[in-house]
Design a protein around this ligand. Structure first.
Ligand SMILES: O=P(O)(O)OP(=O)(O)OP(=O)(O)OC[C@H]1O[C@@H](n2cnc3c(O)ncnc32)[C@H](O)[C@@H]1O
Ligand SMILES: [Mg+2]
Length: 173
């Protein structure tokens, strides 16, 4: 079985590889455009990004399963939450979707996003280090590394693979 990941982000690739434990799976990754804004600003937009990447990965990578993992933010009465969504696409079925953990962003970070900046560069300045989005992520920074971005997306992947195998009555774990 060939699994195509619609991103070159190492935190996302690690999450996908962590979740499929069967030996015979071949992985590859392609930088698939999300088709939504660089900083998705709702669950709806983030879900669309995840589905577009999963469908794009399946199509471009000529695999059996395409995976799209997408980060965004969602406004609420409590403030701005980070949200994360995943989609799994395979031929002949509707994409499967699953959501990840969400935590509130500090107001200082949220205000910059509302003003049009992207979370990735804002987090680099806030945490005073490079490549936060490829490593622990905002979720890692704000949970004191109790949950990093790869772990968060691993949970999303388990939700996706679990639903897929339930529907297909197969096992890939
Ligand atoms: O290469 P891709 O797959 O696009 O990886 P990415 O890190 O850009 O991830 P997303 O497109 O899914 O995320 C949308 C934006 O939010 C940022 N972002 C999302 N989650 C983040 C996190 O946990 N920590 C830091 N930045 C994050 C990211 O850098 C983008 O600016
Ligand atoms: Mg991106």
């Amino acid at each position: 079985m060939k699994v195509i990941i619609g991103s070159k982000n190492p935190a996302k690739i690690a999450a996908v590889k962590n979740s499929f434990s069967e030996q015979q799976i071949e992985f590859s990754s392609l930088d698939i455009p999300s088709g939504v804004s660089g900083q998705p600003f709702s669950d709806e937009e983030t879900i669309k990004g995840a589905i577009n990447r999963a469908a794009g990965a399946l199509r471009e990578g000529n695999g059996d399963i395409g995976i799209g993992l997408e980060g965004g933010v969602q406004e609420t009465s409590q403030g701005l939450f980070i949200c994360n969504w995943g989609a799994l696409a395979a031929k002949g079925m509707e994409p499967i979707i699953a959501g990840g953990s969400r935590i509130l962003l500090p107001e200082e970070v949220a205000a910059r996003l509302r003003a049009g900046e992207e979370l990735g560069p804002v987090m680099e300045e806030y945490a005073k280090k490079k490549n936060v989005s490829k490593q622990e992520g905002a979720i890692g920074v704000f949970t004191n590394c109790m949950v990093n971005r790869a772990e968060m997306f691993t949970h999303v992947m388990n939700l996706l693979i679990g639903q897929y195998t339930y529907q297909q009555k197969i096992s890939v774990k």
